[in-house]
Design a protein around this ligand. Structure first.
Ligand code: AGP
Length: 613
């Protein structure tokens, strides 16, 4: 799980690589490197400086040659080999003329390394990736041109890759290939680019193209040619990109997380746009699945990871209540290994912001293999799950950069609730006035979120009083439980504090033993139907010395008397409230993390997109 970038034909090679890497850091940042090629020589700099590796790389490149017109850059999230400069990419062959960058995992690297070492190759890193540089080196010695050398090298490789190579003896060519890990190509007059994701080259290229699995591209200043790894001719799909650079940068906020939290009203509003036709039907232009098929669905299984899994939990409540279909929520990484039962009429929904999470991709593939119809809910157009699924529903949160997912979460909940509503409409389980009412509730969610955001200072002042606490339990019932799960994840990932989310009813079945003075319990009390029960939980933890922070709606007159701190949110329909109630918890986590001096956008050990199992 790394970010890669390449450019050929520019007189500004180094600047393009370094700027691109800074926009790819959300894919990994424990080390970084660039290599430049020209005049028969290769120049390289690599750094491993924790979350500041790209900044350190900028320093390390002060003496770089200015006139080299081809280059590769890489920002790494370590899988094989410690996050040290020697393991940072680009990797070289023995002679130092071939340079290589790789995102993915070469599964058979050990056997390939042994074989190459037995033929005299000298390895300088312990990464899986370096074997490919040496395989290419051998094939170059056999006089294969660079693209054919990489193609043949990849025939020897098992695993996942977005990989690119250049050779200083042919410095106006870069060759790249993809299997599983994402890769795009960009063009501009006289310059051609490659990258893991569009933002890295957004301000440089004018046209963007997706490289699909098992395709290889040869880039030169004039453009690119592509073919299949089996040698077959292919044509790259052009991508319609409507992001601007502003979207890909912080727009004046201190960090991406703040920017993305603030963008949540728009994320929901945009996800709701154009979702009803003139006759009041919920519609998804991109949903390639017929009404008849949806009507016949007997069971829904949602697969996802992390925050997307929490959005899937919300969907279970919505689909079961509105569409009266039985729903299971599965951790994506568990699904494929437990021999899942897929009966006729099973619809599997994979939820993934990035659309590239390997666990979710594999779970969806497993479901497809077993005959399920598979729908992707994703934020990234043309991402892997969008392409592979039978149907897709796009969230429209816009680019999310911060590792901690915020706006993508509310957009996922919104899209999944819309999907639940559509199912209900097709199946006739909700009547027209009720659909109209729920639709109206969805429409006011952006306004409710905006009202909550306007209270950011009051949430921050609660956080300021909790800075000494180290253990948090989040409790909720019904949809408050899903908010508890997501609130706890936000806190743990950006503050590194211990936080767990529980269904309130589970408290007495174990966690209560952990409650003592100093522990903070965050209780979600916004649902009037659940309030009495969750306030009983509050009384139980208070009796044992915990401090209680409640997320309470404006019309709630009972919670204030029992909680130590109250985070007020605008009242509304409990079914749509997960999109609102999460806001104070995102901001609570944010303030605590900032108060502790954490880097909220780049929490330690994590990466935005998890493309390895
Ligand atoms: C969320 O804050 C986390 N960074 C993480 O749990 C994330 O939601 C998970 O890795 C799934 O990512 P995806 O939505 O891109 O599949």
């Amino acid at each position: 799980m790394c970010g890669i970038i390449g450019v050929v034909g520019s007189s500004d090679t180094l600047k393009i690589l370094l700027e691109g890497l800074s926009r790819l850091e959300y894919r990994g940042y424990d080390s970084a490197g660039v290599a430049l090629a020209g005049a028969g020589e290769t120049w390289r700099a690599r750094t491993a400086d924790g979350t500041e590796s790209v900044a350190a790389l900028v320093e390390a490149c002060r003496e770089a040659p200015a006139h080299y017109r081809a280059g590769l850059g890489h920002t790494r999230w370590a899988t094989h080999g410690a996050p040290e400069a020697v393991n940072a990419h680009p990797h070289f062959d023995c002679s130092g003329t071939v340079a290589l960058i790789h995102n993915g995992i070469i599964e058979n690297h050990r056997e390939l390394r042994e074989e190459l070492e037995s033929r005299g190759h000298q390895f300088t890193s312990v990464t899986d990736s370096e074997v490919v540089a040496h395989l290419v080196e051998e094939l170059r010695h056999e006089s294969y041109e660079l693209a054919e050398a990489l193609r043949r090298a990849l025939e020897r490789v098992r695993g996942a890759f977005a990989i690119a190579v250049m050779d200083a003896t042919e410095p106006d060519v870069i060759v790249a290939a993809r299997r599983i890990s994402p890769l795009v190509v960009g063009t501009a007059p006289g310059v051609t680019y490659l990258a893991s994701d569009v933002p890295a080259i957004l301000d440089r290229a004018t046209h963007f193209y997706a490289v699909d699995d098992d395709e290889i591209v040869r880039l030169s200043p004039e453009g690119f040619s592509a073919r299949g790894l089996d040698g077959s001719p292919v044509r790259l799909r052009q991508l319609a990109i409507d992001w601007d650079l502003e979207t890909a940068e912080k727009s004046g906020y201190d960090d991406f997380m703040t920017k993305e939290i603030e963008e949540q009203p728009q994320a929901v509003a945009q996800t709701l746009l154009d979702r009803r036709d003139g006759e009041g039907r919920i519609v998804f232009d991109e949903l390639r699945i017929s009404d008849e098929e949806l009507r016949d669905v007997r069971r829904v299984v949602l697969v996802a990871a992390g925050t997307s899994l929490h959005a899937a939990h919300v969907a279970k409540y919505a689909i079961e209540r509105w569409a009266r279909v039985s729903v299971d929520v599965d951790i994506a990484s568990e699904y494929r290994y437990r021999d899942p039962v897929v009966e006729i009429g099973t619809l599997v929904i994979g939820v993934s912001q990035s659309g590239e999470t390997i666990d979710t991709i594999q779970a969806m593939r497993e479901a497809q293999r077993r005959g399920a119809r598979v729908v992707a809910v994703t934020n990234i157009v043309d991402s892997s799950i969008a392409r592979e699924a039978d149907a897709v529903v796009y969230t429209r949160a816009g680019l999310e950069v911060s590792v901690a997912s915020t706006k993508a979460y509310v957009a996922q909940v919104c899209a999944l609730e819309l999907f639940a509503l559509r199912l209900a409409q097709i199946r006739g389980t909700l009547d027209a006035p009720e659909i109209e009412r729920v639709w109206g509730e969805l429409l006011v969610v952006p306004e409710r979120i905006a009202t909550a955001l306007a209270r950011r200072d009051s949430y921050a002042s609660v956080a300021a009083q909790l800075l000494d606490a180290t253990t948090y339990f989040y409790l909720g019932r019904h949809l408050g439980f899903t908010t508890a799960l997501e609130g706890a994840l936000k806190l743990k990932e950006i503050s590194y504090l211990h936080a767990e989310g529980y269904a309130g009813g589970e408290l007495k079945h174990g966690p209560l033993a952990l409650i003592e003075p100093g522990v903070v319990v965050v209780a979600i009390t916004t649902d009037p139907a659940m309030r009495e029960k969750i306030l009983s939980n509050v009384a139980e933890v208070k009796a044992r010395g915990a401090s209680v922070v409640a997320v309470a709606s404006d019309d709630d007159e009972t919670t204030e008397a029992v909680a130590d701190f109250v985070l007020r949110v605008p009242s509304g329909d409990p079914m749509t409230s997960p999109m609102v109630d999460i806001v104070p918890l995102q901001l609570l986590a944010y303030s605590l993390a900032r108060g502790m001096g954490r880097n909220v956008d780049r929490p330690r050990n994590l990466a935005k997109t998890v493309t390895v199992e």
